[in-house]
Design a protein. Structure first.
Length: 480
């Protein structure tokens, strides 16, 4: 099994059992066929619990390709992917995305955020009527149709982020309707600027309409779309809208009560509300053309048409964006993008900026898969690496040249056990945390390294593993 150095303190458990074999998932936009009112199941995608599946390395703004065949995953992965996050900026239009609620909605108020712990009192059960009444004015129905209006191709949900018309939804709600031309960034605040141009319509092939809670329907433009994160920001020409109150997914726990609100199955002009609990956190799923990590799993009923709608906690705060469900052979398996992961990307998309692509620059494999990988290795010479086993983590099998990892001194054989304070138990964990960041972000990695012959070893003396914290400035795929 290679030259393995036993860990000073090996994990006592092999960890949770993994699901093997594909689980069919659906992204939950309601797709409408050529026959009037015929709602299809949505885009069929696959879910695999193989933490080391590969991810696309670029960001696309076109329609999602057909679903990939199930089951094509790799044991080793490069920890680089479309980054979900950027530094917390503000939008040049509408007073910015995030921040505090404006006292005057007409002045461009924004969705309020609270970076502290969730405000939910777990001793008090959810008041479904009060939560629904508090959120419903901020939830919109989205319909994507062909430009000639002869065919409705997608129905989904969104929620209001700013009083002047910024709305968040899933990318697949929009791309199911065809290729989209993304609008330029919002015009500068100075109306006398001769270079200022208003956003352009979404494209010649599709129209996007938004129905507000009061029944008014408005044409929408696309400010930004990122299919790798399955997020999109659109805008309508309106004032006085009611922004949602944004919560934090930090501190969300299994058993917390939640409500999903959205345009389920496109049934009518009113929303569908369902109540359930948080079933799991930190889930990862493989969609048709990307992988989403750090998701909230819920048993609140989520159906085709709910895509892009809010998952709300008992305090009436949005903690997630409903995105995917298990196929119809399963019950109570819905997945939402956590708001903490989504918000940095949303801020960039609202400015017409597609988030940059973060890259660490390593190929890794979960330590629990090491022996199998060595046995099946044909080209990486894994047996030649000195690896500390017995601890959960991501084993570095290659450091790519001219990358952030190389510059920071990470070496093949290192076991990454923490990434900026977050525990790493597999290659998938490492990839998922990298995808929450953007290039230029500075992070600390905790490594466990086998001692070199003749060195002093770790704190326990010669020959013992060395624990080392390395500071890394993440690079970007486009730098290669």
């Amino acid at each position: 099994a290679g030259r393995a150095t036993p860990a000073a303190s090996a994990a006592a458990s092999a960890g949770p059992r993994r699901l093997r074999g594909p689980l069919r998932l659906l992204v939950v936009a309601a797709l409408v066929g050529a026959f009037a009112g015929a709602l299809a199941a949505g885009i069929v995608v696959t879910f695999s619990d193989d933490a080391d599946a590969d991810l696309p390395s670029s960001v696309e703004t076109a329609a999602a390709p057909p679903p990939a065949p199930a089951g094509s995953t790799s044991d080793a992965t490069e920890a680089s992917a479309a980054a979900a996050a950027g530094t917390a900026g503000t939008s040049s239009a509408g007073g910015g995305v995030g921040g505090t609620n404006s006292a005057d909605a007409d002045s461009g108020g924004t969705a309020g955020t609270d970076d502290a712990a969730p405000t939910v009192d777990r001793a008090v059960h959810i008041d479904a009527k009060a939560i629904y009444d508090g959120i419903v004015a901020s939830v919109v129905q989205i319909e994507v149709s062909s430009a000639d209006n002869l065919l409705t191709s997608s129905r989904g949900t969104g929620f209001v982020l700013t009083a002047d018309g910024t709305i968040v939804t899933n990318a697949h709600v929009l791309t199911a309707g065809g290729t989209l031309d993304v609008a330029p960034p919002p015009a500068p605040a100075d109306p006398d600027d001769p270079d200022a141009e208003p956003p352009v319509p979404a494209g010649d092939d599709v129209d996007i309409s938004v129905r507000l809670e009061d029944g008014i329907t408005l044409e929408a433009t696309v400010l930004g779309i990122d299919t790798s994160l399955d997020l999109a920001v659109i805008a309508v020409d309106a004032t006085g809208l009611v922004p949602v109150k944004l919560g934090s997914s930090t501190g969300v726990e299994v058993g917390d009560e939640v409500m999903a609100v959205g345009n389920a199955l496109g049934l009518g002009n009113t929303h569908t509300a369902t109540v359930g609990i948080v079933s799991a956190v930190e889930r990862s799923v493989d969609l048709a053309n990307t992988r989403l990590g750090r998701l909230i799993q819920t048993d609140a009923a989520v159906n085709p048409g709910n895509s892009g709608g809010p998952l709300v906690n008992a305090a009436g705060e949005v903690i997630g964006i409903n995105t995917a469900i298990a196929g119809f052979d399963y019950d109570g398996l819905g997945f939402a993008i956590s708001v903490d992961r989504a918000l940095p990307a949303i801020r960039l998309l609202a400015d017409g900026i597609v988030p940059t692509t973060a890259r660490l620059g390593v190929r890794v494999i979960g330590s629990d898969q090491w022996e199998e990988a060595v046995e099946n290795d044909e080209e990486d010479n894994l047996a030649e690496l000195d690896v500390v086993l017995g601890l959960p983590g991501a084993v570095v099998i290659e450091v790519l040249p001219d990358t952030a990892a190389a510059a920071a001194g990470i070496e093949a054989g290192d076991l990454i056990v923490e990434f900026d304070g977050a525990p790493i138990r597999s290659g998938g964990d490492l990839r998922d945390v990298v995808t929450t960041l953007t290039s230029g972000t500075v992070v600390d990695l905790l490594l466990v390294r086998a001692p070199d012959a003749g060195d002093g070893g770790g704190p326990a003396g010669p020959g013992t593993p060395i624990r080392r914290t390395i500071t890394v400035t993440l690079g970007a795929v486009e730098d290669d």
